[in-house]
Design a protein around this ligand. Sequence first.
Ligand code: IPM
Ligand code: MG
Length: 399
Amino acid sequence: MSHPSFENAVGRFRTILEEQYQRVERISRPVEWLDYSKLDRLVVGVIGGDGIGPIIAGEARRVMEELLRDELKSGRVEIRQIEGLTIENRIRELKPLPEEVLAEIKKCHVLLKGPTTTPEEGSGVPNIESANIAIRRAFDLFANVRPVRIPSQGIDWVFFRENTEGEYVLGSKGVLVTPDMAVDFKVTTRPGAERIIRMAFEHARKTGRKRVTVVTKANVIKTTDGLFLEVAKGVAKEFPEISWDGWYIDVFTAKLIDEKRRRDFQVVVLPNLYGDIVTDEAAELQGGVGTAGSANIGARFGMFEAIHGSAPRMISEGRGQYADPLSLMRAAVMMLEHVGMKEKSAMLSKALDVCGVYDQKAKITGRPDGATAARFGDYVIATLRDPGLDAKWASFQKA
Ligand code: IPM
Ligand code: MG
C-alpha cells in the first residue's frame, strides 16, 4: 500500500541520508584539539539566556570574576558578555541561533551559557529548534560530560552523554508523512560512537577509575544501539586495566535508585537521549537539577551550562531570584579545568562543596524560605576569600 505523500517523504529521507553521510566523512577526519595553554589571552563568553538564566549566569560570572581577579587584571583572561540569545530574538528571527550571536560566540574560546527556553508545539510561540542543540551542532560539541557526586553516600559518577547524534541528530527534520503518521530518526555512527566512548575510557584511565558502564537498549533498538555497543566492545580492548559492563537503559535507570548498588557505578557512557534523561535523574538524587553542571566538549570549543532548563514557572510565579546558581557554578568548575586552570578549578570546586553540600549556610530551596541566588553568590565569594578554605574542606572529608 502506498500513499501519495510517500514520494515526498522518500525525497526528504534521501536528503537526510546525504547530509548524514557527509557528516560521517567530516567527523572521521583527524582534528587537532585546541591547546588552551598556548593562548595569550583566553576569551570566556557569558550568555544569560532566558527565564532564570540571566540571574544564575550573573552569579556565576561574579564568582568567576572573584576567582580570576588577577588574570582579568593582567588581561590573561577576558570575560565577555554576549547579548541576544533570548527567546524573543530567536522567535523574531525564526532561528535557534541568530547569526550575530553565533558570530560573537565564535570570537570566544569557551562559553558559559545560562539556560535558554526551548519551544514546543502548542506553546503559543513558533516551534523553533533548541538553541543548545544548535550550538552543540555548530561547534560539533560531541561530548556532554555531567558529573554527579553525593559524598555522604560514596557516589561519584561521571556521565559521558553522546551529544550530537541519536534521536537528536536531525532535530526538527522528522517527517510527518501523513497527518496520522510521524517519523523521526535515530542515527548512530561508528566515528560518533567511538569518540565519546573513547573519551569515557580515557577519563577513567586518567582519574584512576576502574569501571566504565555502557548503557543502551541494544536488545530492542538493535541497529543503532547495537552499533554503539559493538563499538564499545572494540574500544574497551584498548583499556585492559579497566573493566566494563553493558546495561540496558530501563534496568540501569532502576539501579540508580538502588541504594545498595548505585555507588558501584563510576563512569557511564550512553547515547544522547538516554543520557539526557538519566542525568536529570542522577542530578535529582544529588539535590536537584539546579545543582548539576554540564560540559559540552568539542575539539576546538567548549560550552559549559546547567543541566536544566530556564524554569519559566519560577519566573511566572515571581520566584526567579530564588533560583539555584550552583549548576552554572559547577559548570564554571568544569570550564576552568578544561582550559587547564586546574588550581582555580579545584579551589572553586571546594568552595562549592562547602557552600552547596557541607555547610549550606545559604540553603537554596527555590522559594522565599530559602536563600536568593545573590545571597548564595555572596557566600561563595566570601568562602573563596577565606584563607582557611582548604582546611575547612579537608575537615569535611574526614567527617
Ligand atoms: C539538556 C537539555 C537539552 C537537551 C534541551 C534544552 C534541548 O535538556 O541539556 O539536557 O535535551 O539536551
Ligand atoms: Mg536534559
